[in-house]
Design a binder for this molecule. Structure first.
Ligand SMILES: CC(C)(COP(=O)(O)OP(=O)(O)OC[C@H]1O[C@@H](n2cnc3c(N)ncnc32)[C@H](O)[C@@H]1OP(=O)(O)O)[C@@H](O)C(=O)NCCC(=O)NCCS
Length: 315
């Protein structure tokens, strides 16, 4: 049946990489990691091995399965993010259910109130397992992918990256060398009177900042001068430069339809090889964003994931 315990220092990145690849050998699409890419995922998702579950062989004590959990706060985490789950084929059979049933009382005791995850919609096996554990769908995210044809974007570009706009201000694109409070405030949905797409865990500003500080994320902002005086942020783009996942693309509603997103995308593309295939996930409720990626950029549909939540807090 296997022994279930926290991973802590019971495993290392070499073993985790091996078990990850064995577990994902029959996944819904080809997926493999290297020690380096798995380390980046672990760091970007704030995975804590003190909150991650390992399934170990009773006979050999070797790792046979894992649930890696990111934490939302170092001191007092309240939410866990299931960053990756896998069990090698020989050890399967209600293993995820057993892992969660065994460890959830411990997580509740530690103050954890919820666990969130994403599962590819066509991964019926995993979806079924999570449903049995009590996870409920909270949103559907569609991913799109494509090359960026810089020539086709030329008609929409700001002149000299500084273009007069109707508001009387001027637009500037800047590559960030740090993610400061002004950027964080710009992306915060708090006190905003318009709907904002709530990014999934790996695309949150917290994860972006982590990736950025570790050197595998690039960010740009567009600023505009208001009253010919103060410069304010009106657009933001972030991309993971290893996976080419566009983490966030956001333009203030007051500044939409002025090609700000196009200019951000074009500036980003200048830093990558022309054969780079980028991808981006969009909450299915945000039609405008879907139209931008499919119509303006020509991206095509890749796959969808369900975001699922398990509430551990007693109502
Ligand atoms: C997902 C995974 C961890 C589940 O392992 P497990 O908890 O031991 O799951 P089980 O083997 O008990 O299978 C769960 C259920 O799915 C069913 N199932 C198996 N293959 C299936 C398939 N191709 N389609 C639909 N259901 C399937 C099983 O019959 C079982 O249901 P049942 O108990 O009603 O018979 C494991 O399959 C795995 O590592 N898969 C590859 C990586 C992956 O998909 N990870 C999740 C990413 S979100």
């Amino acid at each position: 049946m296997g022994v279930i315990k926290l991973i802590n220092d019971n495993s290392d990145i070499k073993e985790l990489t091996k078990i990850f690849n064995e577990s994902f050998s029959d996944y819904v699409y080809p997926l493999s990691v290297t020690e380096s890419s798995l380390t980046q995922k672990i760091q970007g998702d704030s995975v804590s091995l003190e909150y991650s579950i390992g399934l170990f062989s009773e006979d050999t004590n070797q790792l046979e399965g894992f649930i890696l959990h990111g934490i939302d706060n170092l001191e007092k985490p309240k939410r866990l993010y299931n960053s990756a789950t896998g069990v090698i084929p020989n050890a399967r059979g209600k293993s995820v259910e057993r892992c969660y049933n065994t460890m959830i009382p411990y997580f509740i005791e530690k103050g954890i109130e919820s666990i969130i995850l994403e599962v590819v919609t066509t991964n019926e096996r995993a979806s079924k397992v999570y449903e049995r554990c009590g996870f409920k769908i909270i949103s559907t995210i569609n991913s799109y992918k494509g090359l960026i044809n810089k020539d086709s974007l030329k008609p929409y570009l700001f002149k000299n990256c500084e273009d007069q706009v109707d508001s009387g201000g001027s637009m500037k694109i800047k590559k960030l060398d740090s993610i400061n409070d002004e950027v964080i405030e710009f992306l915060s949905p708090k006190n905003k009177n318009y709907p904002m797409m709530i990014p999934t865990w790996s695309n949150s500003i917290k994860a972006i900042t982590k990736e950025f500080d570790l050197g595998f994320n690039k960010c740009w902002i567009v600023t505009s001068k208001i009253n010919n005086d103060k410069e304010v942020i009106v657009g933001f783009l972030s991309v993971n430069d290893q996976t080419f996942r566009i983490r966030q693309l956001f333009v203030s509603p007051d500044y939409r339809n002025q090609n700000i997103a196009t200019n951000l995308i074009h500036t980003m593309a200048l830093e990558f090889n022309e054969n780079t295939t980028f991808n981006f996930g969009i909450d299915s409720k945000f039609d405008n964003t879907i139209n931008f990626f499919t119509k303006r950029l020509g991206f095509v549909y890749l796959l969808s994931v369900y975001e699922k939540l398990l509430n551990l807090k007693k109502e």
